[in-house]
Design a protein around this ligand. Structure first.
Ligand code: FAD
Ligand code: NAD
Length: 470
């Protein structure tokens, strides 16, 4: 241990919240610098991703996709694939996976010599954190602190909504029945992933979105295509719909009233899921007392090194306003790791990184770089190639040909942006990302020898379709 301080409440490094970036910082720095390190966690060891977010939701979605595959098995020549959904068993499979992940996390904390302090943490000074847990109250001090408190579901201030006890992503993954009619408020990532899964498990689903389209950041051809695919599976969409009041209770009967495209609107369902965005967990944890500034939207303000307004305090992940993805939080870990290890700072590391994402509907939506509408709005010159997913020949073998891919190419032949709505599309991202990162011309991908018939092989045809410079 490097700490020269023999006080049992003093640490070289304290991490508040054990989410993605925080845990990796602790696991890496404690053994490398021999720092006395502790992570304070109130409930979910390892953060949201393994407990209540990414991994459990994908586990749940996978069960729903098996139901769907069984239902369409006859179209693949397989008969008698009758299915019955046992929701308790679906949830138990998810819990079993989470238990395994928790064992893995406990092992890592142990192996890397990082102490876990269970309890609710709060700053009570610039270098002091008070922790209230089962064992009572402790005040800890540290030379360096990382704030990694994450975010939580936002429940809008609509009259009756809170009283209706809406589901969030946490409760929806603890249901022991398939809702008869699920109303999903919000047509974003969480809304659409759970919409399709619940529909595939047998629920009627209505999605209510206040904007004119779902996934408002995406190009309209992409969001329209995904919406069409989900509608074909029987999902009802109500866009441009503003909910003004809610009555009843989720779990029995719940009614939402408002306007849809200016006309009176009402819908009644058995359950409601709130998927209308996130709130950073930054209030009531004494940040102001510690001299740590927040942005107007309540995120912890950080510089390119993720340093807060207080020199030895860093903030990472959702609470710092980093794009809400686990892989971005992991990159936050790399930034802080390098600062703590004294490596030379890379200019604009935080603001210039790639932010790819995959939406785990079927088909998946994968994207990196500039979107078409963004390129148009900033007036950048580009050439575009589009290819329907049936041009990726592997999709024909699967019988899952819906969607399309597109790529935007700059005048100097580098890749500006890539989007694919297609089966397994997320797996197409890394090769494109690498070419973008290295500034390679798109022709390097067009000329690759890629195994036939893999999905990636389709990239050759997509990139070969880029028009010649005009
Ligand atoms: C349903 C859902 C699905 C998602 N799917 C994906 C996906 O497929 N891919 C992807 O990349 N991203 C996905 N995300 C986003 C991703 O989960 C988050 O961006 C990521 O988990 C953020 O990590 P974090 O470390 O910032 O916060 P968190 O993982 O939330 O960690 C914060 C931790 O701090 C603890 N904490 C908070 N306050 C205190 C306190 N005062 N004292 C002690 N402990 C405290 C919390 O209990 C929590 O464990 C999903 C999110 C949701 C909700
Ligand atoms: N596959 C993934 O990587 C994945 C999956 C799930 C979540 N996430 C992360 O979690 C974040 C949060 O997801 P989310 O879906 O809660 O937020 P979101 O920002 O993606 O979508 C929220 C949607 O709700 C709509 N909305 C807001 N208030 C509304 C209202 N009162 N009535 C109707 N519609 C309303 C918004 O217009 C928006 O379309 C995402 O931004 C994403 O970064 C990622």
């Amino acid at each position: 241990m490097t700490t020269a301080n023999s006080d049992p409440n003093h640490y070289d490094l304290l991490v508040l919240g054990s989410g993605e970036a925080g845990k990796f910082i602790a696991w890496t720095i404690a053994p490398k610098l021999h720092y006395r390190t502790a992570v304070i966690e109130r409930r979910y060891l390892g953060g949201s991703c393994p407990n209540i977010a990414c991994l459990p939701s994908k586990n749940f979605i996978h069960s729903a996709n098996i139901v769907y595959d069984a239902k369409i098995a006859h179209t693949r020549g397989i008969l008698d694939a009758a299915v019955e959904v046992e929701m308790m068993a679906v949830m138990e499979r998810k819990r079993e996976m989470v238990r395994g992940l928790m064992e893995m996390h406990e092992g890592k904390f142990r192996d890397f010599g990082v102490e876990v302090i269970w309890g609710e943490g709060r700053f009570v000074g610039n270098t002091n954190i008070e922790v209230i847990g089962e064992g009572g109250k402790r005040v800890l001090t540290a030379d360096r602190i990382v704030v990694c408190t994450g975010s939580r579901a936002k429940i809008d201030d609509i009259p009756g909504l809170k009283e209706a006890k809406p589901l969030t992503h946490v409760e929806i993954m603890e249901l022991d029945v398939v809702p008869t009619h699920l109303i999903v408020l919000g047509g974003g990532y969480i809304g659409l992933e759970f919409t399709q899964a619940m529909r595939r498990l047998g629920a009627n689903v209505t999605v209510i979105e206040k904007n004119a389209s779902v996934l408002k950041k995406e190009d309209k051809d992409i969001s329209d295509a995904l919406l069409g695919i989900l509608e074909k599976e029987g999902v009802n969409f109500r866009t441009e719909t503003i909910i003004k009041e809610v009555s009843g209770q989720s779990g029995t009967m719940v009614t939402l009233r408002g306007t849809a495209a200016g006309m009176p609107f009402e819908v009644t369902g058995s359950h409601i899921l709130c998927a209308t965005g996130r709130f950073p967990n930054t209030e009531d944890i004494g940040l102001e007392e510690a001299g740590i500034k927040l942005t107007g939207k309540g995120f912890v303000e950080t510089d390119e090194d993720l340093r807060t307004s207080s020199q030895d305090i860093f903030a990472v992940g959702d609470c710092a306003g980093s794009p809400n993805f686990t892989h971005v939080a992991f990159d936050d870990f790399r930034i802080v790791r390098d600062v703590l290890l004294g490596k030379t700072a890379i200019d604009k590391r935080k603001s210039s990184r790639q932010v790819p994402f995959t939406l785990f509907t079927t088909p998946e939506l994968a994207h990196v770089g500039l979107r078409e509408h963004e390129a148009l709005s900033i007036g950048i010159k580009f050439r575009i190639s589009k290819l329907p997913m049936n041009g990726f020949l592997k999709t024909r073998t699967l019988g899952e040909t819906s969607g399309f891919a597109k790529v935007l190419i700059a005048d100097d032949d580098t890749i500006l942006g890539f989007t694919a709505l297609g089966v397994g599309a997320g797996e197409l991202l890394p090769v494109v990302q690498l070419a973008m990162k290295r500034g390679l011309p798109y022709t390097d991908i067009a000329e690759m020898v890629i195994t036939h018939p893999t999905l990636s092989e389709g990239l050759v045809f997509l990139f070969s379709g880029v028009p010649a410079k005009g």
